[in-house]
Design a protein around this ligand. Structure first.
Ligand code: GDP
Ligand code: IMO
Ligand code: MG
Length: 425
């Protein structure tokens, strides 16, 4: 199968679709893997050889072959968390120093950004976003306000002044919110993180990527979060603070749209969401509990229980269009193995009684309209070839493909690297 120079893999729902697992599976096809947005709000789980890794800021291409991995300019990095993550990988025998490159233009999450995240959430009362508490919003806010501190600034002689100016501004906000905090231990860990980070190669990733392309090298871009958490198109304000859609790969890595080939859109066979915000197909019944239990739906970063519901094709078609998805990847199909019937939301009933299959500006009060399909009542976890798929499962896949007008190229039937069935020709 043909690989374009830059392919993108990104989440179509509210995150946690299984991006880490599939990036790891696809890594052997590429020379380089790159993250382009988000930061340690992400938690990407990989399971192989009975080992489990959860990656937060480091791309999921570090386990297969000696591939290069890039932390792109669109990302935000917490030096203390980066150090902990990188050291745990190094302890597991993964060499990083020679093949993990960090963009000088990525923004630094400062200790006070994390405090601001908590303080701002606390000040919102019942309107909390339910953030991961990693300082993501305040760091991107500073980036857009042109008051941020970047990785490349660590090497400048005036770094301490830049840091002090940002910290002072944040402390004024924290005081105005009457937020109590102890900065010293956070700052100590962060400074240790910075010294550690300086051992890595800081690059102008846009030049680096351009050179890779001119050498004919191939790159897989790994999205974080999901389309419905995109700052522009997600369920605002219950979103993250970056562009999670395909366009984010262009701005977050410095690549031109015409260099993008395949866009892999990854989705669960059902749907989950962590944190606050609308979720039209959310279930509060036994089916929701079964999805949560069978899917082990607990956040990889915060451990919070994920909200669960049926697959939402209205939101998914919106996501497919926004991203120009060329290939769908269907995850966690095995979680539905025991259900006698499976529902899929094909339209919304709006509060005024009308129906739509276009994702609306406001999801408040929308009711899902479902189509019901027969379940397959078969254990999919041992299936190794699509010829073994039960008829009902094939029908479910075809139903998704037809509604979303996009082929399902990869099917995942369990968390392990090997529980993956590639259908693309
Ligand atoms: P990401 O953030 O998109 O990388 O996804 P997460 O790692 O946060 O969440 C996905 C979870 O589902 C992880 O615990 C994976 O180990 C698990 N997982 C991935 N694919 C499958 C699958 O096909 N079946 C099952 N049962 N679990 C899966
Ligand atoms: P991965 O990459 C699921 C959610 C948070 C919250 C909102 C804003 O593992 O799929 P933030 O800390 O970004 O300001 O929080 O976004 N969120 C995620 N939900 N998966 C993620 O990442 C997420 N990253 C952020 O729960 O609702
Ligand atoms: Mg996750």
């Amino acid at each position: 199968m043909k690989t374009e120079k830059i392919d993108v893999l990104l989440g179509l729902q509210w995150g946690d679709e299984g991006k880490g697992k599939v990036v790891d599976v696809l890594t052997p096809r590429y020379d380089v893997v790159a993250r382009f947005q988000g930061g340690p709000n992400a938690g990407h789980t990989l399971i192989f050889d009975d080992k489990k890794f959860v990656l937060k800021s480091i791309p999921s291409g570090v386990f297969q072959g000696n591939k290069q991995n890039i932390i792109g300019n669109g990302m935000v990095l917490d030096a203390a968390l980066f150090k902990a993550e990188a050291e745990s990988l190094e302890a597991a025998g993964i060499d990083l120093k020679n093949r993990l490159l960090i963009s000088k233009k990525a923004h630094l999450i400062l200790p006070t950004h994390r405090l601001m995240d908590s303080a701002l959430e606390a000040s919102k009362g019942s309107n909390k976003v339910g953030t991961t508490g990693r300082g993501i919003g305040p760091t991107y806010t500073d980036k857009v306000a042109r008051t941020g501190v970047r990785v490349g600034d660590l090497l400048r002689p005036d770094f301490e002044e830049r840091y002090a100016a940002a910290r002072a501004a944040h402390e004024r906000t924290l005081k105005s919110l009457n937020f109590e905090y102890d900065l010293a231990p956070l700052e100590k860990a962060w400074r240790e993180g910075i010294e550690y980070m300086k051992q890595f190669k800081f690059v102008d990733s846009e030049h680096y990527v351009a050179n890779l392309l001119s050498e004919g090298k191939t790159i897989l871009c790994e999205g974080a979060q999901g389309t419905m958490l995109d700052i522009d198109f997600g369920s605002y304000p219950f979103v993250t603070s970056s562009n999670t859609i395909c366009a984010g790969a262009c701005t977050g890595l410095g690549v031109a749209p015409r260099n993008i080939g395949k866009v892999y859109g990854i989705m669960k066979a059902y749907c989950t969401r962590v944190g606050s915000g609308p979720f039209p197909t959310e279930l509060f019944d036994k089916d929701g509990e079964a999805l949560s239990d069978r899917g082990h739906e607990f956040g990889a970063v915060t451990g919070r229980r994920r909200r669960c519901g049926w697959v939402d094709l209205v939101a998914l078609r919106y996501a497919v269009r926004l991203n120009g998805v060329t290939d769908l990847i269907l995850m966690k199909s095995d979680v539905l193995d025991t259900f006698p019937t499976i529902k899929a939301c094909v339209a919304y009933k709006l509060p005024d009684g009308t129906q739509t299959d276009e994702f609306p500006f406001d999801c408040e009060g929308v009711e899902p309209i479902y189509e019901e399909l027969p379940g397959w009542k078969t254990d999919l976890t041992k299936v190794q070839d699509e010829d073994e798929f039960p008829e009902e499962f094939n029908n479910y896949i075809t139903f998704l493909e037809e509604y979303l007008e996009t082929p399902v190229s990869i099917v995942s039937v369990g968390p392990d690297r090997h529980q993956t069935i590639v259908r693309e020709k």
